[in-house]
Each structure stands twice: as C-alpha cells, then as structure tokens.
Design a protein around this ligand. Structure first.
Ligand code: NAP
Ligand code: MG
Length: 493
C-alpha cells in the first residue's frame, strides 16, 4: 500500500470545534458532577476536546426534558406539516454546513475527508429530507369489522425515545435515528458513541437553529454507563440501538424490566459471492469497496468473500494489487482512501484477529501489519484459503481484514453463506439473472446487492435477520419503529 506523501489537492483544514457541551431541554450543560472525558483524533492520537461525562442523574434530567416536551410541549400536537418543515430546514442547514460537518467527522472518527464529504454527509441530508416528506403522510386505516360499528386505526408517537449510536458513521446514524422519530412526533434522548460525540453536538446546535422546540432533541455524552441508565429509565418508552450484538443483549436484558420497545441494528459477517461468469472488473472493485470502505468499520462489510474456484487464483491476484494501491494517510488529505481505525481498542482487537488468522493457517497474501508508528493505521489485509470454521471467517472483525473462501457451486455457496449467526447483508456477482435471483432468494439476510455493494438510500429499508438486528431502519418501514397503532371502534346504533 502506498502512504500518501505529495497530495495533488490541498489538505483540508481541521475544523473548529464549536460545541462540547450536552443539550438538555434546550440548554447547553455540563454533567451535574462536572466530570468530563477526552475525545482524540485517531490519526495522530492527539486530544481534540473534553466533553461532559454523563451519569444516571444527567440521563434523568434529559429524560424529564424529553417527557415534558412530549406531554406539554407543542411537539406531538404540532401540525405534521410543520414538523416536516423543521426536518427539511435541518437538512438545509446541514447542507449549508457540509464542509464543516464532514471535517468534524474526519477529526473525531479518522475517516478520509473525501468519504465524509461524498458519502456520509449527502446521505445525512437526503435522510432528513426524506423523513421531512413523510411527516404528514403517516395515517391509519378504516376497517370493515363485523356488526354495526365504525372502526379505524390511527398512528401515534411512541413517546420518549432513547437512541444509542456507534462511532463508525456518527452523523449518518444521527440522521437515521432522528428522521423517522421526529417525523412521527416523538421526543429524543440520544447518546452518541464515546469516541465520536462532536458532530452530533454540532448537529444538535443546527437543530436548535432550525427551530426545534426545547426538549424535543436532547443529547447526552458519555460511556456505556450513560447508555445503560437510559435503557433502565422507567420513563423512556423505546430504545433504538446500533452497535454490537453483545451490547444489544445487555440492552434487551435491562429493557425487560420496563418492557421497552426495542429496535436493533447490529453486526454482521456478510457474504460477498463472486461467480466465474461475473463482470470481474466490477466484482473486484466491489470486493475491495465492500470490505475496505470506512476502514472495514461497516456493519454490512462484505467480510466473507466467496470466489468460485475456476477464477479464484486470478481474482485474488488482481484484488491484492488493488488492495496495495489503497492510500493510507492523513484523513484531511483528499487523496487518502484509508484512514486509521477509530481507537486503540478496535486497533488491538483487529490486530489480534490478524494474528489468529495467521496462526490458524490462513494465507496472508497482503498486509497483515500495523502501518506506521503513530495513529491506529492497519494495512489492508487479505487472507486467502480461509476455511469456514476459522475465527476470521466467523467473527465480526470490523477492520480492514478480508477473508477469501473458494467455492465450487451455487448450492454449496448458499449453504455456507447462511452458516452464520448473522444476517445483515449479502452480495452476488454474476451475469446470469436467474442465478442472481436464486441466491438473493436463498440468502438469509436483510439486504442483498446484485452486481453492486453498499448501495444505500433513505427510501430503501435496512436491517438484519437473525442476530443482526430487530426491525428495519430507513424507508417507510422505519416509521413503524416509532409509532403505536391505536384501534378505535364506535357503535353505529
Ligand atoms: P458497542 O459497545 O456496541 O457501542 C455502541 C454504543 O452503545 C455506544 O454508544 C456505547 O457507548 C453504547 N453502550 C455500550 N455499552 C452499553 C450498555 N451496557 N447499555 C447501553 N449502551 C451501551 O460497540 P463498540 O464497543 O464501540 O464496538 C465493539 C464492536 O461492536 C465492534 O468491534 C464491532 O464489531 C461492533 N460494532 C458494530 C456497529 C454496527 O454498525 N452495527 C458499530 C460499531 C461497532 P460507549 O461509546 O461509551 O461504549
Ligand atoms: Mg474521537
């Protein structure tokens, strides 16, 4: 791989960090006990800022503000068109501040500025606009029941929603959570990941500027302890969580006390299946992008690359060439295509998996080491001839580590693709239309891409089968996560 040294385009300036306090009831506040924690730039390991470390008492304050806004504020009673207009206005403000927000993402998360600018942020703007459009289109049905009755349903907001998000797409996760919740009249207490709180705080500032009433959106910063306090709080009606399957299991146990509504978007070990009759240029590009995009920190990463035996050798050779061309370096250099991993914990976890892959006898055909000595950079790594039972074939690594598994025929590959606890995404590359749809039908996954990878759109639902999640985000489906159905029956006698 090449380390970017002499970029053609000028480096992007680091952004000014404007907001480091929490938002509760329309006020910017510190933690009640005054404690803070530090967020770092993962490319240099330098300190960026201190932000409040919320405890259960801060969570309680935020929940009270959200409850007040829900019960007394104008929010749920507001004309749905006006709620939609506020979301659209927020989308406009995000668009107007796109360079600043993209740079904040690169600073806090370490992702290349080119990705933040061209991938994350445009999807954020789209998502907010999309749900702005839904606000006045959520309605019930009239139902012809037996007897002389008039029966109809209406859809009402769930109430106070706790939203807990990870660090891999910090602002995009904010948009996926806020869009459907706000369009349907809920109020929110959000906890961004401890590694990446800054863009969420700035977006909350823009939400106030757009005119969202106080208490509708609250943001608390902190660690898992704050997330757990939110999950246990008796006055929170619902938890929407994106992150690891393990944390989701904790949340499910904690939420059982109060029977909260739960939606989960969790991990994966997604199969990316390449048949010999595929457009190989496209498939190679898709295999690279499907795994290495965002430093491999994608829940839907195509981390099990199944390649048909007939083309296996040639395919891996060309893929390795591509992997070597990735440019690791300063996230603020527009030529950089791969940044650092988000933090030391993730870096150590990934390096441990690389060690385990080597020990298990998989063939490391490129990468396999740390890059440089500062920052959490890991070389794009490809393991060939991986077998189904190796840890690197079964576990979510969440880093730039690709496992290649050769296969003989369609029935075999479908069976092996499904031999996982996960079911988030899958992809298939072939010119045979029937084969493509046979795989799409047989794979137990919430999303299947045919001859493409990582195509996201605010209108297309996304979520997992099996241990990859519960419920669907995006599209019309996400509105169901944030509404209760009420059935009203009236006698006509
Ligand atoms: P994580 O523990 O699942 O964290 C996600 C969010 O949950 C963070 O905001 C976290 O807060 C919070 N949290 C942690 N413990 C909690 C608890 N007991 N109750 C409520 N909330 C809690 O993920 P991670 O530790 O950052 O990453 C670990 C692994 O998760 C990764 O290696 C990857 O495999 C997977 N992951 C998946 C996704 C995805 O998109 N599906 C995203 C990120 C990570 P803190 O930030 O304070 O921990
Ligand atoms: Mg950080």
């Amino acid at each position: 791989m090449s380390v970017s040294t002499a970029p053609k385009a000028a480096k992007i300036a680091r952004p000014k960090v404007r907001q480091t306090k929490m938002l509760i009831g329309g006020e910017w506040v510190d933690a009640l006990n005054g404690e803070t924690f530090t967020t770092y730039h993962p490319a240099t390991e330098e300190k960026i800022a201190d932000v409040p470390r919320a405890t259960a008492q801060d969570v309680d304050r935020a929940v009270k503000a959200a409850r007040k806004a829900f019960e007394e504020g104008p929010w749920p009673k507001m004309d749905a068109r006006d709620r939609g207009r506020l979301l659209t206005k927020l989308a406009d403000l995000v668009e107007a501040h796109l360079p600043e927000l993209a740079a904040l993402e690169s600073l806090d998360n370490g992702k290349p500025i080119t990705d933040a600018t061209n991938a994350d942020l445009p999807l954020v703007v789209d998502c907010l606009r999309y749900y702005g459009g839904w606000a006045d289109k959520v309605h019930g049905q009239t139902i012809p029941i037996r007897g002389e009755y008039f029966c109809y349903t209406s859809r009402e907001p769930v109430g106070v929603c706790g939203q807990i998000i990870p660090w891999n797409f910090p602002l995009l996760m904010v948009a996926w959570k806020w869009g459907p919740a706000l369009a349907t009249g809920n109020t929110i207490v959000m906890k961004p990941a401890e590694q990446t709180p800054l863009s969420c705080l700035r977006m909350a500032e823009l939400a106030l500027e757009a005119g969202f009433p106080p208490g509708v959106i609250n943001v608390i910063t902190g660690f898992g302890e704050a997330g757990a306090a939110l999950v246990k709080h008796p006055d929170v009606d619902k938890i929407a969580f994106t992150g690891s399957t393990e944390t989701a299991q904790h949340i499910m146990r904690d939420a059982s006390q109060t029977l909260k509504r739960l939606t989960f978007e969790l991990g994966g070990k997604s199969p990316n299946i390449v048949f010999a009759d595929a457009d190989l240029d496209a498939a190679i590009a898709g295999a690279e992008f499907g795994l290495f995009f965002n430093q491999g920190q994608c829940c839907c990463a195509g981390s099990r690359l199944f390649v048909e035996e007939k083309i296996h050798e040639k395919f891996v050779g060309r893929l390795v060439e591509r992997a070597k061309q990735r440019r690791l370096g300063d996230p603020f250099d527009p030529a950089t295509t791969q940044g650092p991993q988000v933090d030391k914990d993730q870096f150590d976890k990934i390096m441990d998996y690389i060690g385990r892959g080597k020990k298990a006898g998989a063939q490391c055909v490129t990468g396999g080491d740390r890059e440089g000595t500062t920052g959490f950079f890991i070389q794009p790594t490809v393991f060939d001839n991986v077998t189904d039972d190796m840890d690197i074939a079964t576990d979510e690594i969440f880093g730039p580590v690709l496992s290649v598994l050769p296969f003989k025929d369609i029935d075999e590959v479908v069976e092996r693709a499904n031999k996982t606890l996960y079911g988030l995404a899958a992809a298939v590359w072939t010119r045979d239309v029937a084969k493509a749809h046979r795989v799409a039908k047989s794979v137990r996954a919430g999303t299947v891409w045919i001859n493409c990878y990582d195509v996201f759109d605010a209108a297309a639902p996304f979520g997992g089968f099996k241990m990859s999640g519960i419920g669907r985000e995006l599209g019309e489906y996400a509105l169901a996560n944030y509404t209760e159905v009420k059935t009203v029956t009236m006698s006509l006698k």
